[in-house]
Design a protein around this ligand. Structure first.
Ligand SMILES: [Zn+2]
Length: 312
């Protein structure tokens, strides 16, 4: 091969390689499915004036619809309505928007401090409200308050048997970033018009969400070798309603597509039962890691102390 031919050959090869680099498919971004659920209807945490409970519900529903999130379950504590018309409206607004309601016990009882009978009475005590608003639609989903499922095996089994006999499914959680903790500081900062405080609340809320989603996906990979269909726990709080558009954008960017709760919980992962007495409960993924005595990956710290001290 003379030198010209060699140069020609080398050039052709380089161009071919370059072309490959440009047209070779980049690894597809991993997408995952998630159902969003909202706890503590009709009210969670403090609100800054003049925000009303019905404003929070309307705002969250409008955002869910605008961002294409289907049929978000709202978990109810009917005791908190307490004759308050605005709070009663929250449940009506939710159902009229085509969103379903589920059972979160009448007064948000902690199973760790109750007998199984008292806990079951709290489930039953919530039912007239759910029945009146939901009729024949499926409201037989229980979200355990505090994600506590029983600090003894006897309690856990007794309540699970009750749920099974009464046609309930457990609305398990597999994504959680402690969103509740931002609502009360937000009410304080908003009342004081504390702009730096508000900015920090926004950035820390989104950063904590992103860190927590990454951790929960890691736990899912450790337990199931894949992304399961996730269920995100949120609350009907003032700051949650403010941050929801940005949170949903973040979730889309992080690779999440939105599905309904019944769809997500069809994933066989939700047939796993840790079947352990876990005082601190937690998400299904956390319970499984703990009950299997698996080593927890490093957990990013949440800024609970700063949240507690902010805008005092
Ligand atoms: Zn709750």
């Amino acid at each position: 091969m003379n030198i010209n031919r060699f140069a020609y050959f080398a050039c052709a090869l380089s161009l071919a390689l370059l072309a490959c680099v440009f047209v070779w498919p980049s690894p597809a971004q991993e997408r995952a499915q998630v159902a969003i659920t909202v706890d503590d209807l009709p009210s969670h945490g403090d609100l800054p004036s003049p925000m009303k409970r019905s404003d929070v519900a309307k705002s969250m529903i409008a955002t869910f619809k605008a961002k294409g999130v289907p049929a978000v379950y709202g978990f109810v504590n009917a005791k908190n309505i307490a004759g308050d018309e605005d709070k009663a409206d929250v449940l009506k607004i939710w159902v009229n928007a085509g969103f379903p309601l589920g059972n979160h016990t009448f007064s948000h009882i902690d199973i760790n401090t109750a007998t199984p009978e008292a806990f079951e009475a709290e489930i039953a005590g919530n039912e007239p409200t759910l029945q009146a608003l939901m009729g024949s639609k499926d409201w037989h989903w229980l979200r355990y308050p505090f994600l506590h499922e029983g600090d003894t095996l006897e309690k856990r089994h007794a309540v699970r048997t009750y749920l099974h006999e009464h046609g309930y499914k457990v609305a398990q959680v597999t994504l959680d970033f402690g969103d509740y903790a931002w609502n009360v500081p937000y009410a304080r900062c908003a009342e004081k018009h504390d702009t730096p405080g508000m900015e920090w609340l926004k950035s820390s809320y989104l950063a904590t969400a992103a860190d927590s989603f990454a951790l929960d996906r890691k736990l899912s990979a450790m337990l199931f070798g894949r992304d399961i269909k996730y269920v995100l726990l949120m609350h009907i709080g003032g700051f949650d309603s403010v941050m929801l558009p940005e949170l949903l954008d973040l979730m889309k960017k992080e690779g999440f597509d939105f599905v309904t709760l019944p769809d997500a919980e069809k994933d066989p992962a939700y047939e796993s039962d840790p079947d352990a007495s876990l005082t601190h409960g937690g998400t299904l993924l956390e319970q499984l890691i703990e009950s299997k005595h698996m080593k927890y990956p490093p957990v990013p710290e949440r800024p609970m102390q700063k949240l507690d001290a902010l805008c005092r």
